[in-house]
Write a protein that binds this ligand. Structure first.
Ligand code: FRU
Length: 602
């Protein structure tokens, strides 16, 4: 009996010590480990003699920025602006200090009260969890960063089977700021490999948008086939800098004599560089206030001003940004034309950001617009911006990608682990209609590989309403619809894509006005910004044929009409995937001559 009791006591104390030990280790693991000293005047100092790899910074998106200066060995090594949490933590971001682990690190933090919540929440860790938390709105095949903010696509260049996508990136929050070039590559335009940040801010400024080329003839002297990136150093003024990579974009070195191009105006940015075969030199087109300036160079370092394009042409209700200049074939002919792509914000046809373009000629010095009076938009949606094309793309392809958002609300869309995605890649060419030349953009053929199970319907007439109650089994919100209409005498051919909650995207052709429209005013979450609910409308170039290809990926709808003669891209935030469709008509009847829906899967 006694022995039994003793045994019980021993077992109990073993459990007690194990329990106490694990509580202690848990306490140590969750202990802040970080000593904060408040210095008054909303300034604080953190000193960490033995940091782990990352310092986790707690973020509250609606707060103002605090400035963090990272100090190593009494020297400032990095400055960042972070919306540190005052009252609640929306999410955390990692500050990588692994390179200072042997020296220790101090953070000098200003513009934040001593009572803020962040002081209890700043932690250290050796790993950062990037598991996706945005299950509703994380796209399946569109590129989005694992975490943090993204805007413009940058530096797209193809080399040795890889399409590089760099992008405007904030690793320290899901709102705009601390601009870096993030980096991803794809071999098939649908699977993206996320790579470490490529270019980080420096004393010349943040790293704004730009382009990259493969220096096939070693013009710059950094090495044959170096990838050379051109970006705007956004400091007090905007200047142009270069960085080069000798390892296929995995690491970049900044040129020691940056900047390579300056100007005396405040808005001077987003250099796009390309090789001009006919004159045997490099050309840079750059946004300069409300015009695009063109420069030329033999060595990619010294640039000569050639001309300026844009005064009195196109829309000028905002700043001109992110230019591109490309030569495209005209379908069905052996002719080609130059297209100048001009992103503008604000001033888009439905407010905020959009991409206009001009068709004309370029002789290596001057771009001349064929139709100075006409305004042409590349995409008639709200969420298609900063569009530029890949350099060095194979098979003479011209592949574009756009930022699928709008400065009107990009900072407040209802996600928080990451904010904003890119469009699908689109192949560009031109087509001629009644003497005018327009851009045609169609999803890159690689996207067809996403199509999995499909459902096809026999043709049917629409006299009143025609409903399809369940489009796909187990619809996860990534699908594609191809539909063709034949009009009889309808004035409106319409359809609503909707979910079981009644949230809908309403699309309609007006045969009276020759327009196609999409309304997302009841599409789901809309009230995060009073600018989000909207109806977008495109004029129809070709009035005789009505066919649509609609690509939906969780939080976006990209619609291509008549084989890409018009495009319309709008983001949506439904609370459930749209899985029903209602066709309706006004003023007469029409038929749906073909309808097929594909589940999209990787
Ligand atoms: C366009 C833009 C560019 C600039 C970048 C900054 O969206 O304003 O002109 O380089 O974003 O992030």
């Amino acid at each position: 009996m006694k022995r039994k009791n003793n045994f019980k006591r021993i077992v109990a104390s073993i459990f007690f010590y194990i329990g106490a030990f694990s509580l202690l280790t848990m306490a140590c693991a969750t202990e802040p480990q970080i000593k904060v000293q408040h210095l008054g005047n909303e300034q604080s100092m953190i000193q960490i003699p033995n940091p782990k790899k990352y310092i986790l910074l707690p973020i509250e998106d609606s707060m103002g920025d605090s400035k963090i200066t990272v100090i190593v060995d009494n020297q400032e090594v990095q400055t960042l602006f972070v919306r540190l949490a005052r009252e609640k933590v929306d999410y955390v971001v990692p500050l990588d200090v692994s390179m200072y682990q042997d020296k220790g690190v101090a953070l000098n933090i200003s513009s934040i009260e001593d009572s803020a919540l962040c002081w209890r929440e700043i932690k250290m860790t050796d790993s950062f969890d990037i598991t996706n938390r945005e299950t509703d709105y994380r796209p399946l095949f569109h590129f989005s960063p694992n975490y943090g903010w993204m805007n413009d696509p940058n530096g797209m260049v193809y080399k040795e089977g890889e399409y590089h996508l760099f992008y405007q990136y904030n690793p320290y929050g899901s709102t705009w700021g601390n601009m870096h070039w993030g980096h991803a590559v794809t071999r098939d335009l649908i699977n993206w490999e996320q790579l470490p940040v490529a270019i980080a801010p420096d004393i010349l400024g943040a790293i704004f948008s730009g382009s990259a080329v493969v220096d096939f003839n070693n013009s710059a002297g950094f090495g044959k086939d170096a990838i050379i990136a051109f970006y705007t150093s956004a400091g007090e003024r905007q200047t142009q800098s270069i960085a080069y990579s000798l390892d296929n974009g995995r690491t970049f070195s900044k040129y020691s004599m940056n900047p390579v191009l300056t100007a005396d105006i405040p808005d001077f940015r987003d250099p796009k560089v390309f090789w001009h075969e006919e004159t045997n030199r490099w050309i840079m087109i750059i946004a300069s206030g409300q015009v695009m300036d063109i420069f030329s160079s033999k060595n990619l370092k010294e640039w000569t001003f050639e001309s300026s394009f844009g005064e009195g042409q196109g829309v000028h209700d905002g700043v001109w940004e992110c230019p591109d200049l490309i030569k495209l074939p005209i379908e069905g002919t052996n002719k080609s034309k130059w297209v100048l792509i001009c992103n503008i914000n604000p001033g888009g046809p439905f407010g905020g950001s959009a991409t206009q373009y001009f068709v004309g000629d370029f002789d290596g010095k001057v771009f001349t617009n064929d139709s100075p009076k006409e305004v042409k938009w590349m995409d008639y949606g709200r969420d298609h911006y900063a569009t530029v094309t890949w350099s060095n793309a194979p098979d003479n392809r011209h592949i574009a990608i756009a930022w699928m958002s709008n400065w009107d609300y990009a900072n407040v869309v209802p996600t928080n682990q990451f904010r904003n995605a890119m469009s699908v890649t689109r192949d560009l060419r031109l087509f001629e209609k009644e003497g005018a030349i327009y851009l045609k953009s169609t999803p890159s053929p690689e996207l067809l590989a996403l199509r999995s199970e499909s459902r096809q319907l026999d043709s049917f007439d629409v006299n009143m309403d025609y409903n399809i109650d369940a489009l796909l089994d187990n619809n996860q919100g990534s699908f594609e619809i191809e539909v063709e209409f034949e009009n009889n005498d309808a004035e409106i051919i319409g359809f609503r894509l909707f979910n079981e909650l009644g949230e809908e995207v309403n699309c309609f052709y007006s045969l009276i006005d020759n327009e196609f429209s999409m309304s997302r005013s009841k599409s789901g979450k809309i009230d995060f910004s009073d600018k989000f609910a909207s109806v977008t409308t495109t004029p129809l170039v070709n009035k005789d044929s009505l066919s649509l290809r609609i690509i939906v990926d969780k939080a976006s709808i990209e619609l291509f009409g008549n084989e890409g003669e018009f495009a319309m891209t709008n983001t949506v935030f439904p609370n459930k995937p749209y899985n029903r469709i209602n066709f309706y008509t006004k003023g007469g009847t029409y038929s749906v001559s073909s309808f097929i829906i594909y589940k999209l899967a990787k």
